[in-house]
Design a protein around this ligand. Structure first.
Ligand SMILES: Cc1cc2nc3c(=O)[nH]c(=O)nc-3n(C[C@H](O)[C@H](O)[C@H](O)COP(=O)(O)OP(=O)(O)OC[C@H]3O[C@@H](n4cnc5c(N)ncnc54)[C@H](O)[C@@H]3O)c2cc1C
Length: 397
C-alpha cells in the first residue's frame, strides 16, 4: 500500500523549501533526514532577490532578513587597480520585491522553515533516517531507510532527492553526476576584523581580482567571511593552520592581526546530474548540481528548483496537469543550470584569477562598460541576481 504523500530525502534548505511549498498546497510530505538534527555548518549565506521573493511567499523572508543583513551593493576590485565597478540592486527595484542580497547563514533558513512546518498536520519529519535505496513503479516509490541500525521502508507517490552533493537518491537512481573538480581548494575564514576601517569604500559584497590569489570579502552579521583559493601543493593541515590563515588575511590588509573565528576548507566542483527526473523521483539542489560559490548560486538555484518542481507536483496532484508536465521540470531547470549557473560561476572564477594582462584588461573593460550604461547595468543586475535564469526557465518548453 502506497501512502498518499511526497517523500523528501534531506532537510537542507532545498528539501525544506520543497516541503513548505507542498504543505502550503495541501499535500502531505515526509522529510527523511540522515542527521539527528538540522545542519549547522557555515555554508551558504547569500540570498538573491528572487529567492527572497519566493521565501516571502512562504512567510519566512522577513525573519530571515531580520536575522541577517541587507547588502544592496556589489563591488569588483582588482588588487592592482582598486575599485573597477560597483552595482546597486536598487536599480532593479521594479523587478523584485527585494532589491538587495541578504547575507544570512543557510541554517537560519532551515530553522525558520522547520519552526513554521512543525505543527502542520500534513508535515512529518524523521531525523536519523538515512535514505539508502529507492524502488519505484507506476503507483509510487518505496524508499529504504536506515535508522537506529535497523532498516525499514517508507512509501509515497513521489520522491524528491534533496540529499546534497553525495546524494544516495541520485546513486540509487543510477544517474551520472557529470563534470569536474577544480585542482585548488577554497578556504573560507570568518573574522570580526574591521576591514571597513582599513579599506576605503568597501561594500558588503566585494570580489577582488588578483592573478596571485583572488579574494572574496563578504559581510555577514558581526563578521566578515573571506575566501581564497589554496594551491594543490599546500596540505589540508597546513591550509587550515592559524599561521596560514593569518598569512592569507594579510594579503587583504598587510600587517593586520586577525582573530579567526571559523575556518572552512573545501573541494570545489562543477557537476550537473544527467537527469533531474527518473520516473516518480526527482533531484533538486546539490543532489542535482554543484558549482563553485563565486556568485552565490548553489543554494539559490536549488531553492529555484524546489519552487519549480513543487508547483508542477501540486498541479498533477490536484488533477490540473498531466504527469508529463513534470518533464518540464527536468528540461527547464537542467538547461538553466548548464547554461547559466555553471557558465557564470566558471566565468566568475576565471575573471578573478586571470593571469594574462590581456584577460585582466578585458575583464576590467567589460565591467566598466556595463557600469557606465544604465540599461546594461540593469541587464547585468538581473543576470547576477538570477532573475534572468528564472525567466529563461519559464520560456523553455
Ligand atoms: C563554504 C560554502 C559556501 C557556500 N556559499 C553559498 C552561497 O553564498 N550561496 C549559495 O547559493 N550557495 C552557497 N553554497 C552552496 C550551498 O551551501 C549548497 O548549495 C546548499 O547547502 C544546498 O542545499 P541542499 O538542501 O541541496 O543540500 P544540503 O544543504 O547539503 O542538505 C542536504 C541534507 O540532506 C541530508 N542527507 C544527506 N544524505 C542523506 C540521505 N542519504 N538520506 C537522508 N538525508 C540525507 C544531509 O544531512 C543534509 O541535511 C556554499 C557552500 C559552501 C560549502
Amino acid at each position: 500500500m502506497i501512502e498518499d504523500r511526497v517523500l523528501i530525502a534531506g532537510a537542507g534548505p532545498v528539501g525544506l523549501v520543497a516541503a513548505a511549498q507542498l504543505v502550503k498546497q495541501g499535500i502531505a510530505v515526509t522529510v527523511l533526514e540522515a542527521g539527528n538534527e538540522l545542519g549547522s555548518e557555515s555554508r551558504a549565506s547569500t540570498f538573491h532577490p528572487p529567492t527572497l521573493d519566493m521565501l516571502h511567499e512562504l512567510g519566512v523572508a522577513d525573519d530571515l532578513i531580520a536575522e541577517g543583513l541587507k547588502a544592496p551593493k556589489l563591488q569588483y576590485r582588482s588588487k592592482k587597480d582598486g575599485v573597477i565597478a560597483q552595482f546597486d540592486f536598487g536599480e532593479i527595484a521594479d523587478k523584485t520585491g527585494h532589491p538587495y542580497r541578504v547575507q544570512s547563514e543557510q541554517f537560519k533558513l532551515t530553522r525558520l522553515l522547520l519552526a513554521k512546518l512543525r505543527d502542520e498536520s500534513l508535515f512529518r519529519i524523521e531525523f536519523g533516517a538515512r535514505v539508502e535505496d529507492v524502488q519505484q513503479d507506476d503507483d509510487g516509490v518505496r524508499v529504504s531507510v536506515r535508522g537506529n541500525d535497523a532498516q525499514s521502508v517508507r512509501t509515497g507517490k513521489w520522491l524528491i532527492g534533496a540529499d546534497g552533493a553525495r546524494s544516495e537518491v541520485r546513486r540509487a537512481l543510477g544517474v551520472e553526476f557529470e563534470g569536474f573538480t577544480w585542482p585548488e581548494r577554497f578556504l573560507v575564514l570568518s573574522t570580526p576584523f574591521d576591514f571597513d576601517a582599513a579599506i576605503p569604500d568597501l561594500v558588503s559584497v566585494n570580489y577582488v581580482a588578483d592573478p596571485d590569489c583572488w579574494q572574496f570579502l563578504l559581510r555577514i552579521p558581526g563578521m566578515w567571511r573571506v575566501m581564497f583559493p589554496v594551491p594543490q601543493e599546500v596540505s589540508d593541515e597546513a591550509a587550515t593552520s592559524p599561521e596560514f590563515g593569518q598569512a592569507m588575511l594579510s594579503r587583504v590588509v598587510a600587517g593586520g592581526r586577525f582573530h579567526i573565528a571559523h575556518t572552512t576548507l573545501y573541494r570545489v566542483h562543477q557537476r550537473v546530474a544527467k537527469q533531474f527526473r527518473v520516473g516518480r523521483s526527482f533531484l533538486v539542489g546539490d543532489a542535482a548540481h554543484i558549482n563553485n560559490p563565486l556568485g552565490g548560486m548553489g543554494m539559490n538555484g536549488g531553492i529555484h528548483d524546489s519552487v519549480n518542481l513543487t508547483a508542477r507536483l501540486a498541479d498533477v496532484h490536484h488533477g490540473m496537469a498531466h504527469d508529463s508536465d513534470l518533464d518540464r521540470y527536468d528540461l527547464q531547470r537542467r538547461l538553466v543550470t548548464l547554461e547559466s549557473v555553471q557558465t557564470q560561476t566558471i566565468q566568475n572564477k576565471r575573471d578573478l584569477e586571470a593571469k594574462d594582462e590581456a584577460d585582466q584588461a578585458a575583464f576590467r573593460e567589460r565591467l566598466r562598460g556595463i557600469a557606465a550604461d544604465p540599461e546594461a547595468r540593469k541587464t547585468y543586475l538581473q543576470r547576477v541576481s538570477m532573475i534572468t535564469s528564472l525567466k529563461r526557465a519559464g520560456e523553455l518548453g
